[in-house]
Design a protein around this ligand. Structure first.
Ligand code: HEC
Ligand code: HEC
Ligand code: HEC
Ligand code: HEC
Length: 183
């Protein structure tokens, strides 16, 4: 092998390593900036189906997924005072209201995943999601009773009290043996 070839080979290897290091870094780094809402249809791709615990389906069949329809039935779908609890992120830059393409129930026109788990743009990547710690650092909320009570309180015109254990039992969802298999 001539000196020239060895040198250029070495240069290529170095450039190659640098590029792959950059690619890994780009994938590792959580996106900068405030997290934005992405919609339940984005969580669906990894959290649907029996082997993933039917989490998306459980939510879609819950009253939370129909909460904007409830307002439509009452002719109150333009009332900001109702929308605050009946949609996701209402009144925030990326929440329901700002971008009308996100008004579908499967996005933000409902009490969707992110109403409880926090805006997902920074934690949605598989790499981040596989680490609970990294996900929380990127904005994932592990909801508690206090999360529910942001909406389930006496400011709701139909409030009749809230029992966390009973309410959670109605919407409970979990990952079977805690392993999400992405498809
Ligand atoms: C962003 C507001 C919001 C948050 C947060 C929220 N909810 Fe709700 N919830 C609603 C609204 C609005 C409805 C009514 C939906 C409808 O009927 O249109 C509702 C309905 C429900 C219902 C159905 C009521 C019934 O009688 O069957 C259950 C159960 C429930 N929520 C449980 C919870 C639990 C448990 C939490 C916390 C882990 C929670 N919710 C967090 C807004 C919220
Ligand atoms: C503070 C949050 C909050 C606000 C504000 C709010 N809701 Fe709700 N809404 C809820 C929650 C939580 C539920 C489910 C449990 C309950 O009734 O408290 C619900 C349930 C409902 C239901 C279904 C009741 C049933 O018995 O099935 C209707 C209808 C409704 N809301 C209409 C409205 C209208 C209209 C407005 C605005 C004038 C409004 N809500 C404002 C949180 C809220
Ligand atoms: C009304 C609030 C609420 C909504 C809406 C909601 N979740 Fe949850 N979620 C919870 C709560 C509460 C827990 C249990 C937290 C804990 O482990 O203590 C949970 C747990 C989870 C877990 C972990 C399960 C496990 O086995 O540890 C996943 C994954 C999840 N949710 C995904 C989703 C997805 C995806 C959506 C939308 C399709 C969604 N959630 C909608 C409240 C909610
Ligand atoms: C690219 C696939 C992917 C997407 C998109 C995704 N997730 Fe996940 N999620 C995962 C994986 C993988 C896990 C790890 C599950 C395990 O094995 O414990 C996870 C775990 C979770 C957990 C449980 C955290 C814990 O350890 O207790 C919650 C809650 C959750 N996801 C919510 C969401 C929400 C809400 C969205 C949409 C905003 C979303 N995920 C989008 C793949 C994804």
């Amino acid at each position: 092998m001539s000196r020239m070839t060895a040198k250029s080979l070495a240069a290529m290897v170095i450039i190659g390593l640098a590029l792959s290091a950059m690619a890994v870094f780009a994938e590792d780094a959580a996106p900068a900036g405030d997290p934005t809402y992405i919609g339940a249809n984005k969580c669906k791709m990894c959290h649907k189906g029996e082997k993933n615990g039917n989490i998306y389906e459980t939510w879609l069949n819950s009253k939370h997924a129909k909460s904007l329809e409830t307002l439509v039935a009452k002719g109150e779908q333009n009332n900001a005072a109702c929308l605050a609890c009946h949609t996701t992120g209402y009144g925030t830059p990326s929440g329901c209201g700002a971008d009308t393409t996100m008004h579908a129930a499967e996005a933000l026109g409902s009490v969707s995943c992110e109403a409880c788990h926090g805006a997902g743009s920074n934690y949605k990547s598989k790499k981040t999601m596989e680490s609970k710690e990294a996900s929380i650092a990127a904005g994932l909320v592990i909801p508690t009773e206090a999360t529910c009570k942001k909406c389930h309180n006496d400011k709701s015109p139909t409030f009749k009290g809230f029992n966390f254990e009973e309410a959670w039992a109605k919407i409970k969802h979990e990952v079977p043996d805690s392993t999400v298999k992405t498809q």
